[in-house]
Design a protein around this ligand. Structure first.
Ligand SMILES: NC(=O)c1ccc[n+]([C@@H]2O[C@H](COP(=O)([O-])OP(=O)(O)OC[C@H]3O[C@@H](n4cnc5c(N)ncnc54)[C@H](OP(=O)(O)O)[C@@H]3O)[C@@H](O)[C@H]2O)c1
Length: 277
């Protein structure tokens, strides 16, 4: 075997063996899919969500895939965030390799009825709390950061932060604004943290099955699939592939990007666009 075989073979390029990760909102939907993908690739995974019961139940079902620990925490609560950081620091004294800021919330209402409190909560969960948790975890990420293997921050944005949302029947003003803000925060943090060997990237998913998309998929799935050039919603493998790429050696030089994982929906030209009169 040559040196190039060893460095460019997919086994080494995409290996995550021995790393540690926190996935916020890992108890359901995309967070659960990503936690499982990391576990199946040898990562020690911590999942955090508000409900102790749901978080524990998810960690129990993920235990078949690897070493998973549930830490209940509301990312919008400063004290609970601090307790999460303290617990992670004591469990991973060598540092945290991967932070997946996935916990998110949404609110749909017509413009005239859109409540101030809902707008604030969505912005808080999807932007302010991502910023605060990231800031507080920097010391732990620094411990794992290496010039040839940076620590990784992966923010879960949305295709709705790249374009005006497709499903106009359920207007989500705060959500799309929050995800656009998160994409830009990703770029700002990438410039700030790059010199410390910490990369910051975002994934902008299209539609995947989850609690958040239950209602919309139940009512508009055909439209959603027609709006996608690939004609389908995303699967666990689709999100896992990009996550593993960003978290492994393969993605070590990628910094400050927003990667759409939406089958091309955000650039348009789905069946509905093409069949317009
Ligand atoms: N599914 C999609 O099609 C899609 C598309 C684009 C982007 N996204 C993004 O993907 C992320 C995950 O969403 P999902 O669709 O998988 O929704 P989901 O099934 O509703 O999952 C949301 C997760 O976040 C947790 N969570 C919510 N608020 C929290 C808080 N304040 N503190 C801690 N945990 C909290 C929830 O658990 P608890 O209720 O126990 O807190 C749950 O584990 C979100 O950022 C969402 O915007 C999803």
């Amino acid at each position: 075997m040559t040196k190039r075989d060893r460095t460019l073979g997919s086994e080494r390029l995409f290996s995550l063996q021995g790393k540690s990760a926190l996935v916020t909102g890992g108890s359901s939907g995309l967070g659960f899919m990503m936690a499982e993908a990391l576990l199946r690739n040898g990562v020690r995974v911590y999942i955090a969500s508000r409900s102790t019961e749901r978080c524990r139940a998810a960690a129990q079902s993920l235990a078949a895939a690897g070493d998973c620990v549930a830490i209940a925490a509301d990312v919008n609560d400063a004290q609970q965030r601090q307790a999460l950081v303290t617990e992670l620091t004591s469990r991973e004294p060598g540092g945290l390799s991967i932070l997946v800021n996935n916990a998110g919330s949404n609110w749909g209402a017509a413009l005239a009825d859109y409540p101030d409190a809902a707008f604030d909560k969505v912005m808080r969960t999807n932007v302010s709390s991502v910023f605060a948790l990231t800031r507080d975890l920097i010391p732990l990420l620094q411990r794992a950061a290496r010039p040839d293997d940076p620590a990784r921050i992966i923010n879960i944005g949305s295709m709705d932060g790249l374009q005006v949302p497709v499903v106009q029947r359920v207007p989500t003003f705060a959500y799309s604004a929050s995800k656009a803000a998160l994409h830009h925060l990703t770029r700002t943090l990438a410039v700030e943290l790059g010199p410390q060997h910490i990369t910051v990237n975002a994934i902008a998913p299209g539609f995947f099955e989850s609690k958040m998309t239950d209602h919309v998929l139940a009512h508009y799935r055909q439209d959603i699939e027609d709006d996608c050039p690939l004609g389908r919603i995303g699967s666990a493998e689709d999100i896992a592939g990009v996550l593993i790429y960003l978290a492994s050696r393969a993605g070590a030089y990628v910094n400050g990007t927003v990667i759409p994982v939406d089958g091309g929906t955000s650039i348009g030209k789905g069946k509905r666009d093409r069949s317009a009169p």
